[in-house]
Ligand binder design. Structure first.
Ligand SMILES: Cc1cc2nc3c(=O)[nH]c(=O)nc-3n(C[C@H](O)[C@H](O)[C@H](O)COP(=O)(O)O)c2cc1C
Length: 183
């Protein structure tokens, strides 16, 4: 059974980004008949921010990284902060062994206040995923604040985009990774 893990890079609670991750993981979960878990950076901000050594992980963080390593499908999402994804989301990935995500599939998403930074998801999150040799769906999702009401996604067009990205993820999950990537 496929394992689905969503990562929300927001530092606030409640969070639109987390709501978007919930929407994507719920759709994937339904289509794959598999459970989904969400890692909320806001909830682990203090322990994550104070961990700088690879060799000395607190147990709570080790458990979270194990979930990421065991996932088949990742949903990686962040609010745009100052024209980029959040610093703590970057720190989360900075602490991750570069080999452990190889060959996994990911759906990328971001939230933002304006149209100006919609390409953060393609120009920044996608390059991060590429560094880790993760297969990303061609459709990425960017949702503006106006597409949420009370921290719930209320945009039909974004929900449709979510469905398309999930279908693409299902397609990618069926493929067999080339041996060069597995080794
Ligand atoms: C520190 C900070 C910086 C932000 N910078 C940008 C930005 O550069 N571009 C943008 O479109 N929105 C920006 N925003 C707006 C957030 O991306 C937007 O409100 C997002 O939906 C917040 O997601 P959240 O509810 O998950 O925290 C910024 C918000 C904060 C708090």
């Amino acid at each position: 059974m496929a394992r689905i893990v969503g990562i929300s890079g927001s530092l606030t609670q409640p969070s639109r980004t987390k709501a978007l991750v919930e929407e994507i993981t719920a759709s994937a979960s339904q289509k794959l008949h598999a459970p989904a878990e969400i890692i909320d950076i806001a909830q682990i901000a203090t322990v994550l921010g104070s961990t700088i050594s690879y060799n000395n992980f607190p147990e709570s963080l080790t458990q979270i990284y194990n979930k990421v390593q065991e996932a088949d499908l990742l949903v990686i999402a962040s609010p745009v902060y100052k024209a980029s994804y959040t610093g703590l989301l970057k720190h989360f990935f900075d602490l991750l062994d570069p080999k452990v995500l190889v060959g996994k599939v990911a759906i990328l998403a971001a939230t933002g206040g304006s149209d100006q930074h919609a390409l953060v998801v393609d120009y920044q999150l996608r390059t991060l995923a590429s560094f880790f040799n993760v297969y990303t769906t061609p459709t990425a999702i960017y949702a503006k604040d106006t597409e949420f009401t009370d921290y719930k996604l209320t945009s039909e067009s974004i929900s449709k985009r979510v469905e398309v990205a999930v279908e693409q993820a299902l397609f990618l999950l069926k493929q067999e990774s080339p041996q060069s990537l597995v080794a």
